[in-house]
Design a protein around this ligand. Structure first.
Ligand SMILES: Cc1cc2nc3c(=O)[nH]c(=O)nc-3n(C[C@H](O)[C@H](O)[C@H](O)COP(=O)(O)O)c2cc1C
Length: 488
């Protein structure tokens, strides 16, 4: 019986232990890594085979190593264990008698091997970055601050974690968790502490983790999104994995027409534009966000030219994986998931309302949006700019999420947001080149948009905006630069 005087150790479940015949090496193989150990001593063999088959304490491993190779075997064990930890191959678990309560399983090679212990007179609280979700039928704790996942095997461990939402001393937990022996409680606390899931709650009411001013300014969802959409802190496959290939049809390159009310748009002659256009650096240097508008408003011809030059489909190519398009702005994987919608307030030659842009036919399709919803979309944009007037045209960028998620794993949403920035900048520069007023926005209401356009929030909704209009005779300073006051 072990009622928790020490962690139990075991190799991660996905580590295969291979000893090639006559090779003189032992190999630890995972889906992505291979660690080769030599020379193969009797103690190395018994340590690794034990770790591969059962959870065992360091003390038990010491006895096995000593029995196999004497003192050198024991010394070898203490060199081997940190190596296995730092390569992300070793799990630590806390047991109550013959039942596992919680296991810390590395997701990737952790940054160092932490062996800290909670102090009995200090308060500890669960890190505000910890979250729980189910993984193959078990409750797992993860955190964007940790490269380790903690599996909670037993309701007693889950109960203790729930209590740790409030600051606790270990002796208080002993009273609150009468079914757990004091040493098991300490081990559970140490397990969480060593994987950055527990933090000290200080007398001044600030946690140790929030003493770090960089960390204090991260919101939970932002740090999780950052750590999960970039490589390094998780073991999920990332990039162009096409995990739905053969199961779900990819979305077509173009969204089917959304209405029969079609407004063909003006197509400028690109050769004439190239001959007359301002030089690139002049446009770049003149660009600034303009949040005030002129009278008369911009015209439907200008709108046609603006969309044609910045966002039309130039060509479509067929590939093995479906059709891809080419447009004036770049887009991750050429998936071009962004759909453009226009909430029009005032535009010469175009009625007020909500429109979808068909980028191949270069047409607008008028949608049956409620007047109230169109008004709120425009008012929201004005509020984002701290301006009394609505943009003449609000360009709303919505993403057909599955177009990207079908192909890319782990980074799909991050890529979509990057594509928004790319298109906003293309449109900002185009507005400057055409003498129009533009300001990128990023704080729109995606629920409101989905309702107005009649889209399914999970399939397609807004991810960014750009306010557009004609330029006023003189641009007041407050309309050009409002860095302090603007919402985002
Ligand atoms: C992604 C993004 C979101 C923005 N959101 C807003 C906004 O909500 N309100 C606003 O007034 N300006 C917004 N802006 C404009 C910035 O405030 C502006 O680009 C910045 O102050 C620099 O000024 P400049 O564009 O005139 O050079 C946004 C710009 C970007 C790129």
């Amino acid at each position: 019986m072990n009622s928790g005087s020490d962690f139990k150790l075991s190799l991660k479940k996905d580590v295969a232990l291979i000893e090639p015949s006559g090779g003189g090496v032992m190999i630890l193989q995972t889906a992505t890594h291979r660690v080769t150990l030599k020379p193969v001593t009797a103690s190395l063999r018994v340590i690794l085979t034990t770790l591969a088959t059962e959870a065992t304490t360091t003390e038990q491993l010491e006895q096995l190593a000593q029995a196999a190779d004497g003192q050198p075997g024991r010394a070898g064990l203490h060199k081997l264990l940190p190596q296995l930890f730092t390569r992300g191959l070793l799990c630590r678990s806390v047991w109550l008698d013959d039942q596992p309560l919680a296991t810390a399983a590395p997701l990737t090679a952790p940054n160092g091997f932490q062996t800290g212990e909670v102090a009995p007179d200090r308060l500890y609280i669960l890190s505000r970055f910890v979250y729980g979700h189910t993984v193959t039928g078990q409750l797992a704790l993860e955190s964007p601050r940790s490269q380790t996942q903690v599996i909670l095997h037993h309701p007693l461990a889950a109960a203790m974690v729930a209590i740790l939402a409030q600051p606790q001393r270990s002796d208080e937990l002993v009273v609150k968790m009468p079914n757990l022996p004091v040493n098991v409680i300490k081990l559970l606390l140490n397990l969480l502490l060593n994987v950055n899931m527990l933090t000290e709650f200080q007398e001044n009411g600030v946690t140790r983790e929030d003493e770090n001013l960089a960390l204090a300014q991260w919101e939970f969802h932002d740090l999780l999104f950052h750590s999960r959409s970039r490589r390094g802190r998780h073991a999920h496959p990332g990039g162009n994995t096409m995990r739905f290939k053969g199961q779900i049809e990819p979305l077509p390159v173009l969204k089917p027409d959304m209405s029969a009310q079609v407004i063909p748009l003006y197509q400028p002659n690109l050769d004439s534009i190239i001959a007359a256009d301002a030089p690139f650096t002049q446009v770049l240097e003149a660009r600034r966000s303009i949040r005030a508008y002129g009278d008369p408003p911009l015209t439907v011809e200008q709108l046609g030219e603006f969309l044609y030059r910045s966002a039309r489909v130039r060509s479509i190519v067929q590939t093995e994986l479906g059709a891809l398009s080419s447009r004036p702005y770049p887009s991750g994987g050429a998936m071009y998931e962004l759909e453009l919608y226009l909430a029009v307030d005032r535009c010469v030659g175009l009625d007020r309302g909500l429109y979808h842009y068909q980028p191949q036919a270069h047409q607008l399709h008028k949608l049956a949006a409620k007047e109230n919803d169109v008004e709120t979309l425009l008012q929201d944009a004005a509020r984002s700019m701290i301006q009394p007037v609505r943009p003449q045209v609000l360009v709303i960028m919505a993403a057909r999420f599955q177009r990207v998620a079908w192909k890319y794993e782990t980074l799909a949403y991050a890529m979509i947001l990057k594509n928004v920035g790319v298109l906003q900048q293309t449109m900002n520069l185009m507005a400057t080149a055409m003498g129009l007023a533009a300001c990128a926005l990023g704080n729109g209401d995606s629920d409101l948009f989905a309702r107005a356009a009649g889209t399914d929030y999970y399939a397609e909704t807004s991810v960014g905006e750009l306010a557009l209009g004609s330029v006023p005779d003189s641009v007041p300073d407050w309309a050009a630069m409002d860095v302090d006051k603007s919402e985002s």
